[in-house]
Design a protein around this ligand. Structure first.
Ligand SMILES: Nc1ncnc2c1ncn2[C@@H]1O[C@H](COP(=O)(O)OP(=O)(O)OP(=O)(O)O)[C@@H](O)[C@H]1O
Length: 252
């Protein structure tokens, strides 16, 4: 008997007026798998994440978390089912320190921490893990782009999710900063966390994905092993462009 997937979407669709932002997307992600989701701007990647996390309701189709039908459930219900996410546009609470931003999620999260002092202790551990410990008392507005993205990561990790959805956590980062984000994702993989990585940084997708799904005009164009998918002529045509293909075949 095969295990129940951590995330399953069945014929998931979302329309905005006449636009099919996500169209008939059926995915099955088993426990411990890291899936990269790529596609051109406007392909529906963030909408897909928002449909899974309850930030948008589907027009049709279903979302199952660990086999439970949570289609259209509120975000906090999805969080309590073990799902955490980052936002593409970082959304810290401005009036709080970095540590408090993480602690507040723990306090209202699924693991029953009710005392602020305990939440702060746990937040400190997450900040150490995400290399933000030195910045714990800073205001989020003082952080660099890379550290603000790390804070998003830390807020999601603080919920101790089984399924983590990362929406462009590497956008705008430098080489070294990307490497340290990849290191963190690799650590989470070894803990068995199931991860969905939406990313335009192909090096990152190749480095951590067990499988890659390509979205195009809201539909799954193709999916498979990262190197196979990234050399697929359809994917090159729709998204990557020929310069990228030449670079890859040139061995970079
Ligand atoms: N709230 C909304 N109202 C109307 N249209 C929307 C809304 N959200 C997304 N869209 C449209 O749906 C389509 C898919 O958008 P989405 O943000 O999911 O794409 P994406 O693949 O994440 O793109 P990017 O790589 O630029 O982040 C786009 O055409 C977008 O303009």
């Amino acid at each position: 008997m095969t295990a129940t997937p951590v995330l399953r979407t069945e014929h998931l669709s979302r329309r905005f007026g006449g636009l099919n932002a996500v169209s008939d997307v059926s995915l099955s992600i088993p426990e411990g798998e890291t899936v990269g989701v790529i596609g051109p701007n406007g392909a529906g990647k963030s909408t897909l994440i928002n449909l899974v996390t309850g930030h948008l309701k589907p027009s049709s189709g279903r979302v199952l978390i660990d086999g439970r039908d949570l289609t259209g459930a509120r975000p906090w219900v999805i969080t309590h089912a073990g799902v955490a996410r980052t936002f593409q546009i970082v959304k810290p609470f401005r009036g709080m320190t970095v540590r408090e931003n993480v602690a507040i999620g723990i306090l209202y999260g699924p693991h029953g921490v009710r005392r602020m002092s305990h939440a702060r202790e746990q937040a400190t551990r997450v900040l150490e893990e995400t290399n933000l410990a030195d910045l714990a008392e800073r205001a989020p507005g003082e952080l660099s782009v890379a550290d603000a993205r790390r804070l998003e990561f830390a807020k999601a990790l603080a919920l101790r999710p089984r399924l983590l959805l990362l929406d462009e956590v590497m956008a705008g980062l430098r080489h070294r900063e990307i490497e340290s984000s990849l290191e963190l994702i690799r650590t989470l993989k070894t803990r068995g966390i199931t991860i969905v990585v939406v990313e335009h940084v192909m090096r990152a997708i190749l480095a951590v994905s067990d499988r890659v799904v390509v979205l195009h005009h809201g539909k799954v164009l193709t999916e498979g092993r990262p190197r196979d998918v990234l050399s697929d002529p359809q994917v090159v045509e729709a998204y990557l462009g020929h310069r990228y293909a030449q670079r890859r075949t040139g061995g970079s």
